[in-house]
Design a protein around this ligand. Structure first.
Ligand code: COA
Length: 759
């Protein structure tokens, strides 16, 4: 048996649920084939069970070895008039007489069933059940066109025949027995509901639970495409892995649906994310298409659920299925304190959408808890409503994820490729303790080549040394089994930072978003490992790339933490990046895009509400030069409020004393020293050519004394001028520039305290 699943008698068993009679067709959603097939066999089994014992013996004799004296070697009784090959399912089964001689050994049929004489009725019925499954599988073998499937059917056929001969129980032999992956699909979906929806009120959560059940039910009756069909559709996928899972599915889930003498397992209980990933994209499309087609047949109470909520549910689930960092696939996944898991189990019958009936809603086992919401937040109901329109329920396909627009984020193409399995990311490294893994070593050599080509100024030996150094790891990007890029890094957990050593993508794969997606994966990897700072020495060519990945020259890690740890490169610039553990970096651009769409829709809605058109302003034609913003007709209706509007002090003495106090405070501030007096020409060459309206605190004091400041606006304008002038003349890294910023902040605190502008 190749792979890890096998069938007794050592037969390689991979296959397709192809054209077998009443067996389900490949790649569809309909489970009706299997249902009809199994129903037909069940009827036949019931008929046989109620037939007289001699009739039962006759049937089993065909599958039993000869017990006649003289140690006859004949394995099964064969009729003198064999049935046509292949046998037709619509034919009545042949009936034989116990006295009929065997075509092979000439002993009678009775001689083949002597061992059954004292067997209980119950055991007889069990064996008869197997016999009918054998006949059915025999038909399947003959009708099946796919070679692999044929082989599985044939192996199962042989297994069941052997069971009748030996009066044993059918056990599919495999190196591994179910479950094949943990957590199971069912558990993962359960976790997903917890993870994303536990904050919802119980009624809405109930809706989600229903969607989850519906989805799991669909998977349990889903017909996987054959490995050869899949190879054609997705040649880059892990064909061998799929074949193994396909075999398991056929043996443990699919065939037992119509041959009930084989133990049956639910797909969602014995398979995990790997199988789900290989079917999800196609399945999602087909389910939505099916829902669209059945739209008019849907029970009214299910319409919104299926047409509106289901597409959204699938989109959200898709994100988690293909994301590398989704917590729902962790075995340690624990429901948050907001609620325990809601066990979602599927029924045993496959239902199409239109067959769904409303069930009385059951109370959920846990108290609803609500997320903390900020006052002024947009109501959740409104967001949900807007979200539903964004995903365009009219098309029933949800948001398009495969077409890239000109406005796509840089990493979008890479993210989609990863989801489709075209590219993979692995953190790898050399180890002195473990046996070398050939594949990993090949990748490390590949990485060394990519780095050497892309970083020609780095000595090749140096790159090799670090890539193969067990203290360094490399996040590698794999396409078609080949390394096409990577980031080599060294973690210093005790110093709370990681050093990025090399980062490169092979020439013909650059500027496709791989570099960005690599860095995002590295960020998520570090968040998981509790390191929230990256440091790297970037050469002049790399600074641009690192800046775009959120790195800056403003290093947040204290020097004492990295000095002596990080490798220093001559002529390179130290850059750092501080990670925010609440950001899912690989999904970040998608989230931002969605938020943008929501805001756009909300603005559109608001605009639709305020559809009043005012005549244009004519006052400017009449010579008016300036008008207050609030006097523009309609401006207040939009929700606009004058910013910074505060109390105008009407009493001149009161205004004077308030301004005096503020000016005093400003002058005594530690950062006021550069602005105390007018700038001296000798100290600042060319100052007065650059700054046309100079101002300083001494001049302001004089103006205050002379009662020049008759309104707060005049005072504020002069103060503001001091700061603006300073920033215009001085570079941002200068001491003066920083003083201006700090003093400005202080000044605004003071005027707010005085009530001159709104807080
Ligand atoms: N300078 C400025 N910007 C750069 C850049 C550079 N050297 N290299 C890439 N970018 C930009 C891209 O144009 C893109 O910008 P955009 O999103 O505004 O269009 C962004 O950075 C990321 O592009 P992406 O496609 O995600 O990156 P990539 O797959 O091309 O990989 C490198 C980026 C740097 C890894 C790749 O160009 C490379 O291997 N370069 C040679 C080796 C190197 O210099 N490594 C860095 C130091 S170790």
């Amino acid at each position: 048996m190749s792979g890890s699943a096998g069938i007794q008698q050592g037969s390689p068993a991979i296959g397709a649920a192809g054209s077998a009679p009443a067996a389900p067709g490949a790649g569809g959603t309909e489970g009706s084939g299997a249902t009809v097939g199994s129903a037909r066999i069940a009827v036949k089994k019931a008929q046989l069970r109620s037939s007289p014992r001699p009739k039962k013996l006759e049937k089993l004799g065909v599958y039993s070895s000869c017990k006649a004296e003289g140690a006859c070697k004949c394995n099964s009784w064969k009729s003198q008039n064999p049935p046509p090959t292949p046998p037709r399912t619509d034919q009545q089964p042949n009936t034989f007489n116990l006295q009929d001689p065997c075509r092979s050994c000439s002993h009678t049929l009775g001689d083949h069933v002597t061992h059954l004489e004292n067997v209980s009725e119950e055991e007889m019925n069990r064996l008869l059940g197997i016999a009918l499954d054998v006949e059915y599988l025999n038909t399947c073998v003959h009708k099946e066109e796919d070679a692999d499937t044929k082989q599985v059917y044939f192996s199962l056929f042989k297994l069941l025949r052997k069971c009748i001969l030996q009066m044993g129980r059918p056990v599919v032999e495999a190196q591994e027995s179910p479950p094949f992956e943990k957590p199971s699909i069912e558990q993962g979906v359960n976790n997903f509901v917890q993870y994303k929806f536990s904050h919802l009120p119980s009624k809405e959560r109930q809706t989600i639970v229903e969607l989850a059940k519906m989805f799991l039910n669909q998977i349990n009756y889903w017909q996987l495409e054959t490995p050869s069909q899949r190879r054609q559709r997705a040649p880059a996928d892990d064909a061998a892995g799929y074949k193994v899972n396909y075999t398991r599915w056929l043996c443990y889930c699919n065939v037992p649906q119509f041959c009930d003498s084989l133990p049956r397992y639910e797909t969602t209980q014995i398979f995990g994310r790997t199988l789900l990933r290989s079917v999800f994209t196609v399945m999602r499309k087909q389910l939505l298409e099916q829902a669209r087609q059945e739209k008019d047949k849907l029970p009214p109470e299910k319409r919104t659920l299926i047409l509106t909520h289901f597409p959204k549910f699938l989109s959200m689930l898709e994100e988690e299925v293909y994301s590398h960092s989704s917590p729902i696939w962790s075995e340690e996944f624990l429901a948050g304190s907001s609620g325990g898991p809601i066990p979602i189990h599927t029924g045993k019958t496959h239902l199409t959408f239109s067959q769904l009936k409303r069930k009385p809603s059951e109370p959920l086992p846990h108290e609803e808890t609500k997320k903390l919401r900020i006052v002024g937040d947009i109501p959740m109901e409104l967001i949900n409503e807007v979200m539903a329109t964004i995903t365009d329920p009219a098309s029933m396909l949800g948001p398009e994820t495969s077409l890239l627009s000109a406005h796509s984020a840089r990493d979008e193409a890479a993210r989609l490729e990863e989801r489709r399995g075209v590219i993979e990311f692995h953190v790898i490294g050399n180890s002195l303790n473990q046996k070398p893994n050939k594949r990993i070593l090949m990748w490390l050599v590949g990485l060394q080549n990519v780095f050497s080509h892309q970083l020609p100024r780095m000595p090749k030996e140096y790159i090799t040394r670090l890539v193969f150094d067990p203290k360094h790891k490399t996040l590698s990007l794999i396409k078609d089994g080949r390394v096409i890029g990577g980031i080599c890094f060294r973690m210093f957990p005790s110093q709370s930072f990681t050093e990025i050593v090399f980062c490169a993508v092979t020439s013909n794969e650059q500027v496709k978003g791989y570099g960005t997606h690599l860095m995002n994966h590295l960020k998520e990897y570090h968040i998981k490992h509790d390191i929230l700072n990256f440091l790297t020495y970037a050469d002049e060519y790399a600074i641009g790339y690192f800046k775009k990945q959120g790195f800056s020259k403003d290093i947040k890690v204290p020097m004492a933490k990295y000095l002596g740890y990080i490798k220093d490169y001559e002529g390179a610039t130290l850059m750092g990046c501080e990670l925010n553990p609440s950001i899912p970096y690989t999904e970040f651009s998608v989230i931002i895009k969605k938020q943008k769409e929501i805001i756009k829709k909300l603005i559109e809605r608001k605009q639709a509400q305020i559809r009043k058109v005012y005549p244009g302003l004519s006052c400017f034609k009449e010579g008016v030069r300036q008008i207050p913003i609030e006097s523009i007709p309609g401006i207040r209706e939009t929700g606009w409020k004058p910013v910074g509007k505060g109390k105008e002090l009407k009493d001149p003495d009161q205004l004077y004393s308030t301004l005096k106090t503020i000016l005093q405070h400003v002058k005594s501030h530690q950062n006021a020293w550069p602005f105390m007096e007018p700038v001296k020409k000798t100290e600042a060459p060319g100052y007065y050519q650059v700054i046309r309206f100079p101002m300083d605190l001494k001049t302001m004091s004089e103006r205050l004394k002379s009662r020049y400041y008759t309104t707060r606006k005049l005072f504020m304008a002069d103060m503001q001028r001091i700061f603006t002038n300073c920033r215009e003349y001085n570079p941002p890294e200068s001491e003066y520039y920083k003083c201006a910023n700090l003093l400005e902040k202080f000044f605004y605190t003071k005027i707010k305290e005085a009530g001159l502008i709104e807080k």
